[in-house]
Design a protein around this ligand. Sequence first.
Ligand code: G3H
Ligand code: ZN
Length: 281
Amino acid sequence: PLVSTGELVSAAQADGRSVAAFNVITLEHAEAIAAGAERAGAPAVLQISENAVKFHGGRLSAIAAAAAAVARASHAPLALHLDHVESVELLHQAHDEGFGSVMFDASKLTYEENVRATADAVAWGHERGIWIEAELGKVGGKEGEAPLDAHAPGVRTDPAEAAAYVAATGVDALAVAVGSSHAMTERTAALDHALIGRLRDAVPVPLVLHGSSGVPDEEIRQAVASGMRKINVGTALNTAFTGAVRAYLADNPTGVDPRKYIVPGREAMATTVAGFLSLMG
Ligand code: G3H
Ligand code: ZN
């Protein structure tokens, strides 16, 4: 069934678990996330990023309707979330397209501008019952961005600033920079677990880990134990999909039916989803 991110994260918070959120680019991503969640017997979030909307010609409705239909038909509780939204115009489409939550990303702005833009997004969302996540600090590796040293202390989220930010904006959850970086294809990131603990103690709302594809299993388990409540995974699905498609095509160089190679790709994504879900506590 289709549920909301807010209810999944609140339930996880109450039980000391975390909710995994997976990025949807194609219909097959959504189907694979539903299959992986059913196999693991766990809920999950289907999240569509602003970049994925751009990939679909800037039109949100078709991919959102597809993901929502997959969620409604699933035996696992699945929520629909709009991810890394920088455009206020796209934010304002969330409600009509059936999203219960949005990550509004003003992290490229200065602190003051981030607070102002995010407070506006929260006011808009809360009038409509939409749960709003925002980011403070910089989780590097976003599309079109110069690579950033995720281990440099300057890019990490400061606990005192995070507390002030949450109070000033009213956000429902906070994405923090604690050593992970987006778009990693190897799982080599080392998280700052002491900082995660300090952020958990300083910030009254659930914490969100972005760029989790590059984080090893044991580091994710520890992050869940120390208070991360939403774990975002994107690239790992694409790594699994592309690897399986490449292997199929290498063995079958003459076929043309896309279903033949998409099936192993989708199955590889479902296996990856179930693997991440087994770490959520
Ligand atoms: O918001 C999306 C996530 O942070 C995904 O990051 O593609 O590096 O796993 P990732
Ligand atoms: Zn992210």
